[in-house]
Each structure stands twice: as C-alpha cells, then as structure tokens.
Design a protein around this ligand. Sequence first.
Ligand code: SF4
Ligand code: SF4
Length: 150
Amino acid sequence: MLLSKLREALICFGAGRVTLPYPAAPREPAPGFRGKIQVDADLCFGCGGCAHVCPAGVIQVEDAAQLTRVLEFHWSRCTYCGRCEEVCPEGAIRLTSQFETATDRPQDMVIRLEVFMGPCQRCGRCFPPPTPLERMTAAGFRHGGDGGRA
Ligand code: SF4
Ligand code: SF4
C-alpha cells in the first residue's frame, strides 16, 4: 500500500508542471477566440442587420424619435456565435478576445448606441450618409459620453 502510494507520488513529481499559472499570470486566448462584442459607434448607421440575425435576441432596435434610433446590446445573453460581426456592412461589430467579463453591475452588460438617422427629403425614410466623411460632417451627429451619437 505504502509502496504503491510512493510510486504514484514519484510518477506525479516526474511529470513536471502540467497546469497553467492563470489567473496569477495573464492568459492569451487561442487565435480565433470569440469573446465580448465591441461596437464602434462611429461606424454603425443603424441598419438593424445585426439585430435581424442575432439568434439570442441580444440586440434591440428602437426608434426613439424621428431622427434617433437606439440600439441596445444586452450581451449577457450573447452566445458568441459571431453572426452580427459577419453581417455588419460597416464592420462596426467585432468579437474581441476579452473573456474576463464577470461583473456585479447589470448596466455593464448593456452597450447602448444612439444613431442619428438622416431622412430622405422626399419620402421621409432614413438612410445613412454614403461615406464616413459625410457621416462625420452630417448635421445632427454628436459624440456622447459613452461613445453614442444622436
Ligand atoms: S455574437 Fe451572436 S449572439 Fe452575440 S450579439 Fe452577435 S449575433 Fe448575437
Ligand atoms: S452594428 Fe452594423 S449591422 Fe448592426 S445596426 Fe450598426 S451598421 Fe447595422
């Protein structure tokens, strides 16, 4: 009995270190890892394509006013499938490598954007300014404290 335990201990010590030092030392995720979503408020023009394809219903789109569309990403429900990143025509959504997302503040789990929607003078329907430069100079754009714009 004692001998077998000693033999086991020898085998274990002989194996060397088999664990990683995380969380004592930072750990880089593997290439292609899909972590917390990040939304670039300067690129998003409020088309709602991401909300349309999101299987988990993370993204809510609401027209808060005639010219203001509000997008809320309740990413605590996110399954990290990457569909939103794939379909966004502007590349405004990116899945980062961030995986340490624990928080005790529910508001940390919501990304909120206010997007200015330029309406057509004829039909009244919203459209995005065609180029990033025109978007920056379009009347009504502003950069809020949380990166949103209205
Ligand atoms: S990664 Fe998938 S589940 Fe998460 S917000 Fe994008 S589409 Fe929705
Ligand atoms: S993040 Fe991309 S797909 Fe989603 S509303 Fe903005 S521009 Fe459209």
